[in-house]
Ligand binder design. Structure first.
Ligand code: DOR
Ligand code: ZN
Length: 348
C-alpha cells in the first residue's frame, strides 16, 4: 500500500505548554489532527474552568491563519478541587475531562492527588456529570521499582476506583504494559486507554542505544519488548478501547540533556507517520483509521471529523532540532527518517 486516506484523526493526549513553546509546537499538531485533548499540567496547573477558558483562548490565538483545530480542554484534579467545579466544567462545553496525576509521579504533578480517597466526592460529581477521568497510572511509592509502577497502580488504585464508580468513564493514559492491556480489555464498559507512538515503536533498550538517550526518556518509562508487543497488539486489535494519544511533551534540549533530565518525548512533528509505521510493522495498516480517527471521538461522545487526510509511503527526513526560544526542541527520530508522510493535510 502506497497511499492511505483516512478520516482526519484526533490526538487524545497532548501537551502544548504555553507562551513561545505553544506557538512553536501547536502548528505541528494542528496541521494534521482535527482536535486534541490538551493536558493541564502547566505551571500553575489548570485547575479551574476559568483557567481552562483562558488557556483555550491562548491556544486559539496561537493557531496559524486558516487552520481549523479544536483544543479540547481538561482540568487538573487536586485534593481541593470543589465538586461544584465539575458541574461548571460540564456546562462549559469546552472541558472534556479531568486529569488525575498522582502527586510526584511526573512533570508538574506536585499539585496532584496523594490519595484517591481524598477526591472521591469530585469523582462522584464527575460520574453524575458524565465527565471522563483521565489517569496517569503510576504509583509514586519509592519502594516500587520504576518499571513496575504502572502494574502496581492498577492493583492498588485503578481497579478499585473503576469498581467504586461504576458509571465513571475512565481513560488510562499512555499504557505501557501487558497488565494495562489486560486490565483495559477486561474492564467494565466505559474504560479505555490511549497509546503513544514511542510505546509501540520502542522498548527500554532505546534508552541505552550506544549510550544514555535522554530524548527517549518519558513517563511511564519504556518497558521490555514483550510489553511493547502487547501494547502494539492492543492498538492494532481493532478494539475501540484503545485509541491514539501521542503524549507529545516538549521540553527544551537543556532540560532533557541534564544531570537530572525531564521526562517527555516530542513526537508531534511526525506523529501520524510514526503510528503508520507501527501499524504497518504489525501488518494492520487498515486498522489505523479506527484507532486514530474513530474510537477516541466515539469514547468522548464527539462527532468524528468530516475531512479526510492522506498518508504516502515515502520516507521523510526528521530535522535534527527545532528552534525554540533560545534553545532547541529535539523531536523523536531527530536526524533520522520516518517511512510515511502526510501529503494532504488539514482536511484539504
Ligand atoms: O513523559 C512525560 N512527560 N510524561 C508525563 O506524564 C508528563 C509529560 C510532560 O508533561 O512533560
Ligand atoms: Zn502526558
Amino acid at each position: 500500500m502506497q497511499h492511505l486516506t483516512l478520516t482526519r484523526p484526533d490526538d487524545w493526549h497532548l501537551h502544548l505548554r504555553d507562551g513561545d513553546t505553544l506557538t512553536r509546537v501547536l502548528p505541528h499538531t494542528a496541521a494534521v489532527f482535527g482536535r486534541a485533548i490538551v493536558m493541564p499540567n502547566l505551571k500553575p496547573p489548570v485547575t479551574t474552568v476559568a483557567a481552562a477558558r483562558a488557556y483555550r483562548e491562548r491556544i486559539l490565538a496561537a493557531l496559524p491563519e486558516g487552520n481549523r483545530f479544536e483544543p479540547l480542554m481538561t482540568l487538573y484534579l487536586t485534593e481541593s478541587t470543589p465538586p461544584a467545579e465539575i458541574r461548571v466544567a460540564r456546562e462549559s462545553g469546552f472541558v472534556h475531562g479531568v486529569k488525575l496525576y498522582p502527586a510526584g509521579a511526573t512533570t508538574h504533578s506536585e499539585a496532584g492527588v496523594r490519595d484517591p480517597a481524598n477526591v472521591y466526592r469530585v469523582l462522584e460529581a464527575m460520574e453524575a456529570a458524565d465527565l471522563p477521568l483521565l489517569v496517569h497510572g503510576e504509583v509514586v511509592d519509592p519502594r516500587v521499582d520504576p518499571f513496575d509502577r504502572e502494574r502496581v497502580f492498577i492493583e492498588r488504585h485503578l481497579a478499585p476506583l473503576v469498581e467504586r464508580f461504576p458509571r465513571l468513564r475512565v481513560v488510562m493514559e499512555h499504557i505501557t504494559t501487558t497488565e494495562a492491556v489486560q486490565f483495559v480489555r477486561e474492564a467494565r464498559e466505559g474504560v479505555a486507554a490511549t497509546v503513544t507512538p514511542q510505546h509501540i515503536l520502542m522498548n527500554r533498550g532505546a534508552l541505552f542505544e550506544g549510550g544514555l538517550r535522554p530524548h527517549h526518556y518519558c513517563l511511564p518509562v519504556l518497558k521490555r519488548e514483550r510489553h511493547r508487543r502487547a501494547v502494539l497488539e492492543a492498538a492494532v486489535s481493532g478494539s475501540p478501547r484503545f485509541f491514539l494519544g501521542t503524549d507529545s511533551a516538549p521540553h527544551p534540549r537543556r532540560a532533557k540533556e541534564a544531570a537530572c533530565g525531564c521526562a517527555g518525548i516530542y513526537s508531534a512533528l511526525t506523529a501520524l507517520p510514526l503510528y503508520a509505521e507501527a501499524f504497518e510493522s504489525a501488518g494492520r495498516l487498515e486498522r489505523l483509521e479506527g484507532f486514530a480517527s474513530h474510537f477516541g471521538a466515539d469514547f468522548y461522545r464527539l462527532p468524528r471529523n468530516g475531512e479526510r487526510i492522506t498518508l504516502e509511503r515515502r520516507a521523510q527526513a526528521v530535522p535534527a532540532a527545532i528552534p525554540l526560544d533560545g534553545d532547541e526542541l529535539i523531536p523523536l527520530r531527530a536526524g533520522g527518517e520516518v517511512a510515511w508522510r502526510v501529503v494532504v493535510p488539514n482536511g484539504a
